[in-house]
Design a protein around this ligand. Structure first.
Ligand code: CA
Ligand code: CA
Length: 215
């Protein structure tokens, strides 16, 4: 009996030691179609002009497209790859979005989400229209960054939106997540850009300590 007890305590210590590491589960990337707007490939300086972006949905009639930016607008190039998405002279609420699919694209309980997007301010347009980066599930807004950053002319900044599941949203569990990238439409006759959209999920497992009670 004494030996068994000692073994149990050793096992308990090992499990407790493993607990925090288990709770610190690595974020998992959620698949986004055309997340860096590299489709289609374009020559430097070229852009698409049919008000569509592959994988994304136009919102509120925005003038949108994909653009392989040159140094006059972005001296350091795109935030990721060669292309960015542009919003030309947007009004408030115009932009584009994507409803996610697949198992990881559905809102989960006990999960936290981190959405990051590069927000750009093209230098050939003198000012900046402002932006909203939003994370939704089932059409309901979960969290957003409403224009808290202002990129300098010719630069990108990274907007970060975090959301941790809250029971107030229990009815949305299993609903598809959605990303919306919008403009505030400030300073008329301006243009702005987005690039490098990333979304990760971290699912928090039950603590290993629960096993000790059973043993
Ligand atoms: Ca890109
Ligand atoms: Ca500008």
């Amino acid at each position: 009996m004494k030996t068994n007890h000692t073994l149990s305590m050793t096992a308990a210590l090992l499990i407790l030691t493993a607990g925090p590491a288990a709770r610190g589960a690595a974020p998992v990337s959620i698949t986004i179609t055309n997340p860096g707007f590299e489709n289609p490939a374009l020559a430097e300086g070229d852009w698409t002009s049919d008000n569509s972006i592959i994988g994304w949905i136009q919102i509120n009639g925005a003038d949108i497209g994909v653009w392989n930016v040159g140094p006059a607008d972005f001296p350091n190039g795109a935030a990721e790859g060669l292309n960015v998405a542009y919003l030309y002279v947007p009004v408030n609420g115009q932009g584009f979005g994507q409803v996610l699919s697949g198992a990881t694209g559905l809102l989960q309980r006990s999960a936290s989400y981190t959405l990051t997007v590069a927000v750009g301010n093209s230098a050939s347009y003198a000012a900046f229209p402002g932006y909203q980066v939003q994370l939704l599930a089932g059409g309901t807004l979960l969290a957003q960054d409403e224009n808290t950053l202002t990129p300098a002319e010719g630069r990108f900044v990274t907007s970060t939106v975090t959301y941790t599941y809250a029971s107030a949203h229990s009815a949305l569990v299993g609903q598809p997540l959605e990303i919306r990238l919008l403009s505030k439409g400030q300073n008329s006759s301006e243009e702005m850009e987005f690039d490098d959209v990333r979304l990760t999920v971290t699912v928090m497992p039950l603590t290993s300590g629960a096993v000790l009670i059973v043993r």
